[in-house]
Structure formats: structure tokens, C-alpha cells
Design a protein around this ligand. Sequence first.
Ligand SMILES: [Zn+2]
Length: 266
Amino acid sequence: MAYDDYSPFRRNRRRRTIVLIGLALLVIAVGVLAFLRSRAGREPGTTSLSDTAKWVSGDEEARRELITTLTEPCPGAPFLLPSEGWIGLLYGDPRGPYSENHRHQGIDIFSPTEAGVTPVYAAYDGYLTREEYWTSALIIRVPDDPLNPGRQIWLYYTHMVDKSGSPDFIDDAFPPGTYEKFVSQGTLLGYTGDYSGSARTVWVHLHFSIVLDDGYGHYTNELEFDNTVDPSRYLGLAVNVACAPSAPACTTTPLCEEAILSDGGG
Ligand SMILES: [Zn+2]
């Protein structure tokens, strides 16, 4: 046994090493906890998987806690939520059929009913167009963006037809070939459907998005994420994938710092 083993310096060094290892473990533990907590609220991880399971179960009671219903706009927000249901696919959502490179450009509000039952209302005053060749969609021109005065935006609604292509759940007042027909906020536009336009099966829902103007008075391609705007502040609801809760309710801080936004929107 060497003399050194009894050195008070060495003993101190051992104690210091133990304290340092303890501190390092504590820092790692705190980091892991913070990481898990941040994931729980944001990423479509466990929370949203269990929400999806709840929705798929079809159980009315389980579904009820996911449903957002508003009869008027949230305090301080300009838009009315155009339909009631589970806002299950969020703005910026990368979940299928979307991806990190092709994020969801709007919100999907899943209906607690079968197709043709849950009403769809105009979110805001504007001029409705349904192109001659559009099956399940319509778009409303809002000449003056209430949150960005002077800018024209468009509100796009789709899937309002039965999956087989008929019947059509868009109100008879708006047949294909309707152009620039004024509708006020809250006007009944029709009912939600499950038409996808392809072989892909979709649940009964409304896809709603805010689309930018091309600068020449025409809407841009809604399928491009960069042509759309986060609806959170317009609805007064946190519907961005970065921070949306299970069932968004009216809030004065709908847009979080981590929000995933398009380059073109604001
Ligand atoms: Zn959608």
C-alpha cells in the first residue's frame, strides 16, 4: 500500500470525482425529463396516437373530449371555426399522407357523424367561387385580410361530397360554376363528406385552409405549404402541429414560438 493512498489530497480528489459524476447524472436526468416533456406536448407522438385510437374506437364518449365546437368566433379572433369536430390533422402536420417535406397546408376537422350530416359554415365574409371542374371544393375570396389589412386571402374548403362522388353535400345555392357570390360569416355552405378524389380512403372531415393571393387577384395553388397561412391566430385556436393540444379551445396566445410556418404566410 503506498503512502499516497492515505494522502488527504487523494481522498479529496475521490470525493470530488463522486460529486462530479453525481452532478453529471443529475444534468442528464433533467435533460431527458425536459426532452420527454417537450415531446409529449408537441410531436405527434404518444398523445396524438392515443387521440387517434380514441377517434377510431368510434365510442361517442371517448370522442367527445377531442371535439371542438364553437358557435361564434373566439374572443378577439376574426374567423369562425367552419365546422365542429376533432381537429386531428394540424397545420404543418408531417403525419401521413403528409411528410416533413410536404406538410399539411390546413387543418382537418373530423366529423363526429357520417357524411352529409355535420354542417360547414363560412368562416368569414367573402366572395364564393366553385370552379366548373371542382367536385368537392369551394373557395372564398376575402379582399381584406383582417390580420394583415390590405392583403387579399382565400379560404379553401374541401371533401364536401360522398366518397363515391355523389351525393354532393355542398349547398344547392353554390353549384359548380358559381363565381364571386357574396356570403357572410356563418352562412351554411353544406355538410362534411369523405370524398378524396382518388382511391385513398379518408374519414368524414372538412379540410380548411387559408391560401395566399398571387398578387394578381387569383388564388395560388393550395397544395403548396408555402402558399398557405397558419389559421391559429385567425381562429383564436392553437392549431399548429408544434403546440396544438388534443382539443384546441379559445386562447389569447394561439401561436407558439416553435410554430411551423410557411415562408409566404404571416
Ligand atoms: Zn387536410
